[in-house]
Ligand binder design. Structure first.
Ligand SMILES: C[S@@+](CC[C@H](N)C(=O)[O-])C[C@H]1O[C@@H](n2cnc3c(N)ncnc32)[C@H](O)[C@@H]1O
Length: 360
């Protein structure tokens, strides 16, 4: 490596970057603290408390005061929580709690911070993958199903029946009349259970390779008293064994597949004549320079490197990655035989595109 010429460079550009580096470092560390604030319920409690001292906050949250006070130090200097040095009271402004609590629903951004620690757990193993190739299987991410379900429930609860399914009026009509529906890569099955509850004339099947996901899905269906939903541990490559369907959905799962091209073809074959396919996948372009201004692009490329691409490469898969993008998605849908492909978005959901298509 050559010696760098530090006398001959744009100093203001360097200073600007150095200040950005401090922001990145603080942001990364704060993400861990936000994750802790979310997991411990600190944000939920702070959002309803009057300005309070660290002792009062610790008492309300039933947490250790010393830890709470240090966490508050990060929150105050990170300009998330306000502090009055005279009263020594801390206060979480409503304008901030709107994005940090379980009550925030679709605006809950704190839930995402948990991905930072999830990824941190596998950093050293991912470094090995950089050196040797390959990837890490799902078993390396023991908390993934729980976190994923928590994150996507925000969208499903607030938008699945009221907006997402309405993107294609034909899907809505069919669901109301009564059809057979399959959701592949259903995880903990919340989307399937919500659809089962909303459309009692239709029959729903959810499949996933995760035993943990399927068992949580069954448990929720039972709690909700649903009789028109069923769940199966099944690889999406083998869905033709389950039967034929009028509507198939795939929420945030195609880019994770080991063999996404084959899975899309299997979906197409499993649809009845004039069957409809709804695929939710990440809102991105396949060309990196077109993603530069996307709000969450660096976060999503990171999740891809440390999880989505890796779980596919772990089995010598295609490794599409989270950011495979709209152009490639349309290409693969077309290759799999889908027709009339439309790409839609929903207000308030900046993460996803909705790809609507028909079998033929
Ligand atoms: C990002 S998660 C999405 C889960 C759920 N659809 C949601 O939106 O919350 C991707 C899911 O795809 C599942 N999956 C990955 N490959 C699969 C395969 N070949 N067959 C079935 N499920 C698969 C994973 O186990 C995981 O639950």
């Amino acid at each position: 490596m050559g010696k760098q010429d530090f006398d001959n460079y744009d100093k203001s550009m360097a200073e600007e970057f150095a200040s950005k580096m401090f922001q990145f470092l603080n942001g990364g560390m704060l993400s861990l603290m936000i994750s802790i604030g979310y997991k411990t319920g600190l944000f939920d409690i702070l959002s309803v408390l009057e300005p309070s001292t660290s002792q009062e906050i610790a008492q309300e949250t039933k947490l250790d005061e010393r830890y709470v006070r240090e966490w508050l130090g990060a929150m105050v200097t990170g300009k998330i929580v306000k502090f009055d040095p005279l009263t020594r009271k801390y206060n979480l402004p409503k304008e901030h709690s709107a994005f940090l609590t379980r009550e925030s629903g679709v605006d809950n951004l704190a839930v995402f911070a948990q991905y930072v620690s999830l990824m941190g757990n596998v950093e050293d193993k991912i470094v090995e993958c950089f050196r040797k190739g390959g990837g890490l299987p799902y078993s390396e991410y023991p908390k993934f199903q729980q976190l994923q379900a928590e994150e996507t429930a925000r969208i499903f609860d607030s938008k699945l029946t009221s907006q997402i399914l309405q993107l294609n009026p034909n899907i809505m009509d069919r669901l109301k009349k009564g059809v057979k529906v399959l959701d592949i890569g259903c995880g903990r099955g919340h989307a399937v259970n919500l659809m089962g509850k909303a459309f009692s004339n239709s029959k729903f099947t959810g499949c996933d390779i995760s035993r943990e996901g399927i068992s949580a899905a069954k448990e929720e269906a039972e709690k909700m008293g649903l009789t028109n939903v069923r769940f199966e541990v099944k690889d999406a490559l083998l869905i033709e064994e389950i039967g034929n369907f009028d509507v198939i959905t795939a929420f945030d799962t195609i880019h994770d597949q080991v063999q996404p091209t084959k899975v899309l073809k299997a979906i197409n074959r499993s649809l009845n004549k004039d069957g409809l396919f709804l695929m939710q996948d990440i809102a991105a372009s396949s060309q990196v320079h077109k993603n530069i201004d996307a709000l969450l692009a660096p976060a999503l490329y990171t999740i891809s490197t440390m999880h989505c691409m890796s779980v596919s490469l772990a089995h010598n898969g295609e490794g599409l990655g989270t950011m495979w993008g709209k152009e490639m998605a349309i290409e693969k849908l077309t290759e799999a035989g889908f027709k009339d492909i439309e790409v839609k978005s929903i207000e308030g959901d900046i993460i996803n595109y909705y790809f609507l298509s028909r079998k033929s």
